[in-house]
Ligand binder design. Structure first.
Ligand SMILES: [Zn+2]
Length: 436
């Protein structure tokens, strides 16, 4: 371990109580995606206290600050600001949001990394830039929220990272470091899981089923029942599921946002929202076309019209097994820390807008333990605050330092070795096509 690595660890240890208090504060003030005003303010205040210059209000609530020389590779250290809708969680906010996906811990970890890296001696040792980047809205939002933020803030993308990419806020970033609460490996007591499994991507789909209202008892023959058509569409979807191929990791999960108008009226408008997920863009498109046919056919059968609106979701994530720098960095945290690699060949059927970062740049990821209970459930809680907050802060800070020390050789190696599926311009064109 070199002097700077020792210093990074000792700075974080010396401020562990302060970071734990921040974690507790953010955890107990969970906020919805694109509405994380309080959390964003907390982040900005902390970064300013460290003497950093912040850019705020990026895609509504994003906050960014740069540490380092301003030349050489730019490594973004990402923390997600949003919580998940989980009204039954014991720590849910008045609006029903809770940090049941552990994003508050990412913010703590990112701030711990900012604390250590902004030390003047450490900052001077970086041959590049570490961009501290708190990003909004990782969790996919309901169509009603997407419509609201588009109207009020000109936000085109459901995913915060997608929107920041669209706005050019990642144009100067070469490599991203992300982290998340552990998804697999909790039973084994893993502290740090290195790398990331492949994840599905998806599109958001809304079916507006238009029928005709009529007296539900006196004259149903004069109506066209949009609820019946929507239900038939979902039954058809169930029947085409046998054609989904295992290799594509398909998930389609609809829910009814609006079921009709009144108890005694034939429903004239029913709205069904869903996500159509698979592990390649081609598979997503193939399945999406089948889903459309289900609802169009059902509409025809009942005498309704299906208006189908697709919106940009997230891109699939490739599997990335851990490179040496992740293993070497984790080793600095001591033998008592239980480190593992993500299991190879696994598809995580959930999705993340980190997939959109992968579309244009390399991403290094690790996940951290210290929590129990399923993600997105009322049972999610922290069981070991050190493992959930302090250890990943050390990991992120050390990783940034090791990427950027010695002429940023490690960062350059990873950036040069990555073949991004899209250029930034191609990605922005794709967003434009999806969101116009
Ligand atoms: Zn999450």
């Amino acid at each position: 371990m070199d002097h700077m690595e020792e210093k990074i660890l000792s700075i974080i240890d010396a401020h562990a109580d302060e970071l734990q208090a921040l974690a507790d504060d953010i955890f107990h003030h969970a906020e919805q995606g694109y509405h994380e005003y309080r959390t964003a303010q907390l982040v900005a205040d902390y970064l300013k206290k460290l003497g950093l210059k912040t850019r705020e209000g990026l895609a509504i609530t994003g906050v960014k600050a740069a540490i380092g020389k301003g030349t050489g590779p730019n490594v973004a250290l990402i923390g997600e600001l949003d919580a998940v809708s989980c009204p039954t969680h014991p720590d849910a906010s008045d609006k029903g949001y809770a940090h049941a996906c552990g994003h508050y811990a990412q913010i703590t970890c990112m701030l711990g990394a900012a604390l250590a890296l902004s030390d003047p001696e450490v900052a001077a040792s970086l041959d590049g830039t570490a961009t501290i980047f708190a990003v909004p809205a990782e969790e996919f939002q309901d169509a009603s929220v997407r419509e609201e933020v588009r109207r009020t803030h000109d936000v085109h993308c459901a995913g915060g990272k997608c929107e920041l990419l669209r706005r050019g806020e990642f144009d100067d970033v070469d490599l991203a470091v992300t982290t998340h609460s552990l998804m697999v490996g909790r039973e084994e007591g893993i502290d740090l899981m290195l790398g990331n499994s492949a994840c599905t991507g998806f599109i958001g789909k809304t079916v507006y089923m238009h029928g005709r209202a009529a007296h539900a008892a006196a004259a149903p023959h004069l109506g066209a029942n949009a609820l019946n058509a929507a239900c038939l569409g979902m039954s058809a979807l169930g029947m085409v599921r046998e054609t989904f191929e295992e290799k594509d990791c398909v998930r389609v999960h609809p829910y009814i946002r609006k079921g009709g108008e009144a108890i005694n009226v034939v429903p004239s408008e029913v709205i069904v929202d869903m996500m159509v997920r698979a592990n390649t863009q081609e598979a997503i498109e193939k399945v999406s076309a089948k889903v459309d046919n289900c609802f169009k056919g059902a509409a025809m059968a009942i005498g309704c019209q299906a208006e189908i609106v697709d919106c940009q979701g997230y891109m699939p994530c490739p599997e990335r097994l851990p490179e040496d720098i992740l293993w070497d960095t984790a080793k600095l945290l001591g033998d008592q820390v239980k480190v593992a690699s993500i299991p190879a060949g696994r598809c995580n059927t959930a999705s993340t807008d980190v997939g959109d970062l992968f579309a244009v740049m390399p991403v290094l990821n690790f996940t951290f333990g210290g929590s129990t209970g399923d993600l997105h459930s009322k049972d999610y809680k922290v069981s070991d605050p050190n493992a959930a907050h302090i250890l990943p802060a050390k990991m992120m800070a050390l990783l940034a330092y090791r990427l950027l020390k010695n002429g940023a050789a490690e960062a350059r190696k990873i950036v040069d070795g990555y073949q991004a599926p899209y250029t930034m311009e191609q990605y922005k064109d794709y967003v434009k096509k999806m969101s116009d």
